[in-house]
Design a protein around this ligand. Sequence first.
Ligand code: ADP
Ligand code: MG
Length: 689
Amino acid sequence: MYCKNVGARRADILRKELHVLTALDLLHQYPYRYVDRSKFYTIAQIEDEDTAVQIKGVITEWHPIGIGKAQRISATFDDGAHTCELVWFQGIKYLKLMFNTPYLLFGKPSRFNHEWNFVHPELTPMSKVTPEMTQGLEPMYETSEAMKRAGLNAKGMRQIIAGLMPELKQNGVPDTIGMDVISRYHLMGINEALVNIHFPKDIAHMQQARERFKFEELFYTQLHILRKQKKQEQHIGYAMPIVGERFYRFYRTCLPFELTNAQKRVIREIHTDMKSGRQMNRLLQGDVGSGKTLVALMCSLLATDNGYQTCIMAPTEILANQHFETLSAILRNMPEVRVALLTGSTTKKQREPLHEALRSGQIDILIGTHALIEDEVQFANLGLVIIDEQHRFGVKQRSKLWSKSEQLPHVLVMTATPIPRTLAMTVYGDLSTSIIDELPPGRKPIQTLHYSILRRSSINQFIRQQIELGRQVYVVYPLIKENEQLDLQDLQNGYNALCDTFPEYRISMVHGQMKAKDKDFQMQRFVSGETQILVATTVIEVGVNVPNASVMIIENAERFGLSQLHQLRGRVGRGAEQSYCILLTRTELSKETRQRMDIMVATNDGFRIAEADLQLRGPGDLEGTQQSGLPITLHIASLASDGQILTVARQAAKEILDKDPELSESVNTIYKRQLAHLRNEEGFYSGIS
Ligand code: ADP
Ligand code: MG
């Protein structure tokens, strides 16, 4: 296919900016939205900045402002009833504005000094407006600065793609989905879809075209994942049939409380995998405080009993430290189980003996952070990898761990933020899932309230009232890396204000930049009940357990994401008393922030929160893997909103693989070829194993 209006320079820019190499690639640059050009507006009808509009009118006046490089042109546009300003910063030399000439103005309005204006609008003399221009839906394309400089703005892209249409309509391109699937799932064929995604006949055709391409992306994603999974099912895993001495001894003598039924059930599920002889890939979901750490420990003991080492990987150093301390404490009467810690703070001098002990099998359970992935860390016989709070790990980091054992170790991924099903299916294929759906006994649901900081004095009253009842209070400040100094200043100010307000109480303060010794000291004072209030950054997000602390105040709650808020909230509600979580924010909030607060107030259910998080932020953020975690980049489909299409696409992929797992039959060559093509194109990175 031949592209008109694309010379060497533009071709080069298209390649660099969009990875577009061929005319066909260009056809797969889908519009991100459409403007209804059959609709005409007046200036008075403009509602928001998001909708591009077209207005008929004349230029009544124009003049240059400024000089030299900063010069711009300002013009007044009159629609007969009202006027608005038009502004040009670039290409001023070429701008020809005529008076007394009716124009069709098209562009996105912006609000400036309570007036609407248009920056770089498209102006077409009415005499040149063709009927096609104001018919139906006009596609809008993403463009970059570099593209715009080469005339590849939305209009330029539109023209080039329009130039491809005659040939597409005449000759067509081969379909990338087999005819059987097309007809079975009532999909639009590729040629009709390519025409209608760019220049739709009407809204219904546009939607069908978009649906087809969404389906296609999700279908190939699923085809890839399911095929890999089928291969994986045959992966041999270390067989760990023994439930031995250490496991039983721990259960009988070290366990400080009875396991919940849910804990017992998931341990059984995990053990069934571990003894099966196939490699385990299991996701353990359990809300904050449901007791996952204990499950991790008991599974590690199963591995130990069978002669294998375990490593437990945590996302932060604090969490790794806490796991190490918790496990060491609970195992203090079982010195035969050797636990060690490896983090970024482990010194070189400590590392060497540690590495040696790992290699010679003298360490049973290694707890650590990213430091575990480094190449020098070698195990004698790593049999089980446990990853805590996995949503903060990239896919790449995970798979590096696997390479540390001769065959694939068993993998248990633990998360408190349940992974919405669409995401789990796509990023992890079908990891088997175990769910701890029960909290240890005696906990009351936390009550969550959202206040503006204007209500601070009543909050203070509430704090006093709770402390008088004998409770303790957390006050949490966000800490954002880029701005650490300012954030610490916030924390310090907050601490000072609390000291002034509550001279009668003792207050601890901890943050990540304190010396470990000082931090421990302050924490300890709070844990022992000597201080009534703990002012902290998110260092308390994980692990801290003070059952008597029943109030959590979250300052600047608008700066936290949903799952982080949920994690933080999990620090209270651990004792027998009614607990409260108070979200404090500015008064003026964006719509998205308000929704986030509303969800927190409405539910304690981690699943609902995770779903909402996915909706609000998109999967990239939530997963922390970005889209690069996906086998195939999604350009048009969204894991957040296309769950239904995903389910159907998965079904279609499954049917094909059930009949032909290797895709070796000739009818399926199309899929095999397309998969290889897509993976190449995306610089494919192999997923979980
Ligand atoms: P999470 O699932 O959030 O990691 P933890 O493992 O930190 O939860 O457990 C939360 C708290 O509950 C810890 O103090 C732990 O000792 C306690 N806990 C765990 N299991 C039980 C149980 N079966 N009965 C009572 N308390 C438990
Ligand atoms: Mg935990």
